[in-house]
Design a protein. Structure first.
Length: 241
């Protein structure tokens, strides 16, 4: 196993402005602490539809998404699969490897992705190298749980139109932090998959797209979207107080 120092030299400039380190691992650390630490993750690329890990496969690595989009799916008793999570840049996945012997889900790249990964042993050593780093990780996981709870609560009060608008916004933001017009998007999901993610019927999803199109917010051609007015789409995604 490579030492932490050698990993830093191998990573080099690749770790600069990494969304994972800034938002998850190094959050709350001083610049001096950050400069003294080395990133244990190893960079790699995954093509669209490539699988990162399988449900039931040996849980040996933790993954961090730098760019791209990943879906996490769970097998159902009827042999079908259900999307349980969409992973956006700056998020970790496969952290079950820290406590479980096998992955409980399958992770699939929805776009060409830039991904870093570390073995269980390397990641634990990494967290043990600095108390602030471990606390940052704990803080990040707690914030993630709180964010998901708030998201579930918020989405439970939204109608289908609001939910679809929210999903479209999140997909646009996953491609760039500061989108500029024209706002075009190729949907990585089918209408059936969107219905699974949003817990809506496929018919409700279709009606929501039609409503947003009729309102002049979207142009829709199969999976290709053009957002005519991003501010109005943001308004459509918000619940009224």
């Amino acid at each position: 196993m490579a030492s932490v120092g050698s990993t830093k030299r191998q990573s080099g400039i690749f770790c600069e402005r990494c969304p994972v380190l800034e938002s998850v691992l190094y959050s709350g650390l001083s610049s001096a602490q950050v400069s003294a630490l080395a990133c244990v993750f190893r960079p790699s690329t995954y093509r669209k539809n490539q699988i990162l890990f399988f449900e039931g496969g040996a849980a040996q690595r933790v993954f961090a998404l730098r760019s791209g989009l990943i879906k996490v799916v769970k097998s159902l008793e009827n042999g079908k699969e259900r999307i349980t999570r969409v992973v956006y840049p700056g998020e970790l996945l496969g952290i079950e490897a820290l406590s479980e012997s096998t992955y409980p889900v399958t992770a699939v790249a929805l776009r060409n992705c830039s991904i870093c990964s570390a073995s269980r042993e390397e990641f634990i050593t990494f967290l043990s190298s600095d108390a602030g780093l471990s606390l940052g990780m704990i803080r990040s996981l707690v914030e993630e749980v709180s964010r998901l709870r708030a998201q579930v609560a918020d989405m439970s009060f939204k109608d289908a139109r609001m939910k679809v608008a929210t999903l479209i916004l999140s997909l646009i933001q996953s491609e760039t932090a500061a989108p500029s017009p024209p706002y075009t998007l190729h949907l990585p999901f089918s209408r059936q998959e969107i219905s699974e993610i949003l817990e809506l019927s496929p018919e409700s999803v279709s009606r929501a797209f039609t409503a947003l199109k009729d309102e002049g917010l979207l142009e829709v051609r199969a999976r290709h979207l053009m957002v005519r007015n991003l501010d109005q789409l943001r308004s459509a995604a918000r619940r009224q107080a």
